[in-house]
Design a protein around this ligand. Structure first.
Ligand code: URA
Length: 190
């Protein structure tokens, strides 16, 4: 069984994502490697690219605030991204860029073995549930057996950056966030 350090070292060298050429560095996942909950975001932004840590800009501050609202801290969870390199000018990651980072993400998830995987936005969700729309399933606990995945439980949420300056989405995201402890309770009681 590879450690996260070994996984990151391997994929930082062997991944085939074209964004590597323009990004400052790879942004590895961060947080508690024994966490029950893993958050998957989209891709690093400017601050993350410069500092090498996920979710440290405005969206990250909002994420930390929402974790606080359910009595959790960033250190209690593990936070990573679908794509480990910043897309130029923060454009959406392309399907082939997501595909190139997919084995890296899969290995991270296998190493951490979370009970619940939370998608922050449609790019994270589409990797696992290509048929679903985030506007229809946000805040709903989804159960699906996916070969190689350590859990069958997934919770899609709106991306904090999308909700930051949109009052309606912000309210929905704050509301959906409260479902995290309930979902965990449900899963662990089984
Ligand atoms: N948005 C993301 O999806 N990931 C980050 O790391 C930062 C902002």
């Amino acid at each position: 069984m590879k450690t996260l350090k070994e996984i990151n070292e391997y994929w930082a060298e062997h991944n085939t994502c074209d964004l590597k050429a323009t990004a400052t560095q790879a942004v590895f996942g961060d947080g508690n490697i024994h966490a029950d909950v893993v958050f998957i975001g989209e891709a690093p932004g400017k601050n993350e690219d410069l500092e090498g840590r996920p979710f440290i800009g405005a969206a990250g501050k909002f994420l930390a605030e929402m974790l606080g609202s359910i009595n959790m801290k960033r250190e209690d969870v593990y936070i990573t991204n679908v794509v480990k390199y910043r897309p130029p000018n923060n454009r959406d990651p392309l399907p082939e860029e997501k595909e190139a980072c997919r084995p890296w993400l899969n290995e991270e998830l296998v190493a951490i073995k979370p009970k619940l995987i939370i998608f922050l936005g449609r790019h994270a969700m589409s990797n696992f549930f290509p048929e679903e729309k985030i506007s229809a399933v946000h805040g709903k606990l989804l159960k699906k057996h996916i070969a190689g995945m350590p859990t069958e439980y997934f919770l899609p949420l709106y991306h904090p950056a999308a909700a930051l300056y949109n009052g309606g989405l912000r309210e929905e995201l704050l509301f959906d966030f409260k479902k995290i402890p309930l979902a965990l309770k449900k899963i662990t009681q089984k």
